[in-house]
Design a protein. Structure first.
Length: 140
């Protein structure tokens, strides 16, 4: 691996989605976004719903929405274990709006069932995060 690159891996519950050397990756941590460059201090962080930005040549090459998960960083590698991951340009805004509407209806109907209520609330939060990411101008 080149000294000016960090190995980035994005893993979903089903499979390895991405494994490549990158200049820098910015991860949406629960305490704020953090950038990973070669030589980064080792850290483990929870990932909040948001966008992973992958940089090459000083510009964003790839933007991937993640619905949460965990990140492990070493001086040479950044691995993100994501609950859900989808390239930002593949997200259908109208479908996300429908998903949010359905999740909100499910929240209202599941008030007597804590498990169903929590799952519906999580779906709604993920849909709102997707919409916010589609409207974000960060790194563009």
């Amino acid at each position: 691996m080149a000294n000016n690159a960090v190995q980035f891996e994005l893993v979903s519950p089903e499979k390895l989605l991405l494994s490549e050397e990158v200049e820098m990756v910015v991860v949406p941590g629960v305490e704020g976004d953090f950038g990973v460059l070669p030589g980064h201090t080792p850290v483990i962080s929870t990932v909040r719903p948001g966008v992973i930005h992958i940089f090459e040549g000083g510009v964003v090459k790839t933007r991937i929405f993640v619905a949460g998960g965990f990140a492990e960083v070493t001086g040479e590698r950044c691995t993100v274990l994501a609950e859900e991951a989808v390239p930002l340009d593949e997200i259908d805004r109208e479908q996300v709006k429908k998903d949010l509407h359905t999740a909100n209806e499910d929240i209202a109907e599941a008030s007597g069932n804590p498990t169903e209520h929590a799952l519906a609330k999580q779906r709604a939060e993920t849909a709102r995060a997707k919409l916010a990411c589609l409207d974000s101008q960060i790194y563009q």
